[in-house]
Ligand binder design. Structure first.
Ligand code: ADP
Length: 272
């Protein structure tokens, strides 16, 4: 135990061996999950769920058994992107995740709500408890890679979720209009606190390709993501353009069929 430990892990920043075991939810006894990757962002709407969906789709296309745990309980957009409308079912081993057309196992609060247009107005501990149940009560059948779409921000809820799941690495999603420096610095501090490696950054909405001349137009101005990443010794893995095909694929529930490879370096970083 660290000499600075306050014996209250919820407020103490020290990394003790005890901390690891304190909040971890047990994995369902019939499940097997080899690697857990958390996708984080500073706020909602920057494309965290999109990047989660792309990572899972591109990983599954590489013939790795892939799952998504949608921990964004108050803003679940994963089922929509994959066109999943059915509700969760169960078997003797636990709750069964929905399976996308491409074979990705998916668990989201929308699979449990009777009416998924109803807002989830739960307090932090209930949200964190739900995510723990997604880990413990769902039957995750032989998953090689699980992508966790984290609650946005770096506050109490994402922190508790981090403490509950054995996250092996995180990918930070930013967009050029965000206060990237602050967000990266917060994410880095949170990852350090949790002792989780940062695999790198993905910048979404980096530019638009002009449909006439093909030139990249940086509508939010020059991005400073490279400088900031350098400052924190993190890699910028991929830059995703604003693309009507992406928006349309998400709206139609066909993100898996998007005929573009948008996060190749992030997938490689996870595989290596
Ligand atoms: P977050 O998870 O960060 O809240 P989402 O991934 O749900 O954000 O993205 C919000 C919306 O923006 C989605 O409807 C998605 O289709 C759209 N979107 C995100 N990134 C892009 C992009 N690069 N090009 C076009 N549409 C995008």
């Amino acid at each position: 135990m660290s000499e600075n430990c306050t014996h209250d892990c919820s407020s103490c920043g020290e990394t003790c061996s005890e901390r690891e075991n304190d909040f971890r939810a047990p994995l369902n006894q019939y499940s097997s999950v080899k690697k857990v990757i958390g996708i984080v962002s500073g706020k909602g709407g920057v494309g965290k769920s999109l990047v989660t969906s792309l990572l899972a789709s591109e990983m599954q296309k590489k013939r790795h058994k892939t799952a998504i745990l949608d921990a964004d309980i108050t803003g679940p957009s994963i089922p929509k992107a994959f066109g999943i409308t059915e509700k969760a079912t169960g078997c003797e081993f636990g709750i069964l995740p929905a399976v996308s057309k491409g074979g990705i196992d998916i668990m989201s609060i929308n699979l449990l709500l009777e009416d998924d247009t109803e807002p989830v107005v739960w307090r932090g501990p209930v949200i964190a408890g739900t995510v723990k149940q997604f880990w413990s009560d769902v039957f995750w059948n032989d998953e090689e890679y699980m992508f966790v779409d984290m609650p946005p921000g770096t506050g109490d809820v994402p922190l508790t979720v981090f403490q509950s799941l054995p996250v092996d690495g995180i990918i930070i999603v930013t967009s050029p209009q965000e206060l990237v420096s602050m967000i990266v610095s917060k994410a880095v501090k949170m990852a350090k606190l949790m002792d989780i490696p940062i695999l790198g950054l993905v910048e979404n909405m980096s530019y638009i390709n002009c449909p006439d001349c093909g030139k990249q137009i940086k509508i939010f101005g020059e991005s400073h993501v490279e400088e900031i990443a350098k400052e924190y010794n993190i890699k910028v893995l991929d830059k995703i353009p604003i693309d009507p095909d992406i928006a349309s694929a998400c709206d139609k529930g066909e993100i898996e069929y998007l005929d573009k490879t948008l996060v190749p370096n992030a997938v490689d970083a996870i595989l290596n």
